[in-house]
Design a protein around this ligand. Sequence first.
Ligand code: SF4
Ligand code: SF4
Length: 451
Amino acid sequence: MQVSEGFGEKTASVKNLQGFDGKNPPDPKLIDSCVHCGFCLATCPSYRVIGKEMDSPRGRIYLIDAINEGEIALNTASVQHFDSCLGCLACVTACPSGVQYDKLISATRHQVERNYPRGLADRLVRQLIFSLFPNPDVLRILLVPLLVYQRLGFSKFLRATGLLKNISPRLAAMESILPEITLKSFQDNLPDVIPARGEKRYRVGVILGCVQRLFFSPVNEATVRVLTANGCEVVIPKSQGCCAALPEHQGQTEQAKALARQMIDSFANTGVDYVIINAAGCGHTLKEYGHILADDPEYREKAKEFAAKVRDAQEFLVTVGLTAKLSPLASKTLNLVYQDACHLLHGQKISVQPRQLLQQIPGVKLKEPLDAAICCGSAGVYNMLQPDVAEELGRQKVRNLLNTGADLIASPNPGCSLQIQKHLELQGKDVAIMHPMELLDYSIRGEKLEV
Ligand code: SF4
Ligand code: SF4
């Protein structure tokens, strides 16, 4: 395949192209494991929407190879195809040759952020995102002006008029997924240690997440109640910060490492058997700490030990088994559709466990949507950075979820929930979204849902 067109000249005559530096460039062995069969193309959301080879896994691997070989430059023309990747890892699941595209795109993204000078507007938006989202303390300070902004109707006005979209589609995309700020967002009242109910089976740590603790605190509270009801003593170190998912996925090497070290330190000496996380994207990164800190002699081993203890909440509960009694959630059959989050399904290979848990709730009937394995377009901050592709994927995802006729959507990731909520509203549908931990919590407490 000819890949040079539009990217730079082919090599022999061109020297000193800006390419990858010597610090962990994409591994040629991993690149060579791709046999270019194209089986991954149909599963790739960016290829589905954009329709160009260079926005597919195979195309990006060609591109990575060409940059590695010094045949193509790392420039605007080539970087746009890495930026258009959602990092959903559907291609990793689909590939019959076991190509580790996750490792390739991760190495590439860190290279891009080091070696490609982004334009001013791009840099400013990214800077805003990276200084806000991995900092729950900063986000919490912003809650007051955001609450005022929403209560005075500015949000409704901007969404209705599309004014912000004309000024900055990215800022408009950021605004469009802002959830309603409630008084719960200001509370941070989970104790440091919560005893198990009944006989103690495990001592587990719980990670609060950044977006989760501010905008989805009921999910964290539900998770703690479900764990304690099933014999877990829960430990929540308050020094924990961001898990590093966002900077890691976007190639912000030093920020990701610093956050990973802080998280490890927070759980040092807590004596927990497992570290539990209820957000798919965070769980995937937490399990990657050994890789993120592989070059750090002080933290390398600690990172591996920490990662070995990390469990997604649903993965954990299925493994240890529920001991709490479950009650029906409604007086009639409850049709539920479970929305697979990419970083659970493709990143952690967790798809059966959430379904097994939900099906243990009496009266639940599980529906399966079309294209369950295709990303909803949220993908961390992708929907803010690449709003057009994300919009189309969000539309498709919600249409497929609604077509199941389900009464309620179960979503195990805050980013997916925000994206789906936005598109439900845009399509004028009033279908509730809840985290599987909330559904289990309702069921354990014997509370009925209004559906
Ligand atoms: S990544 Fe895998 S599925 Fe895709 S083209 Fe390469 S070998 Fe084929
Ligand atoms: S990670 Fe997702 S968007 Fe990126 S190449 Fe693979 S399937 Fe496509």
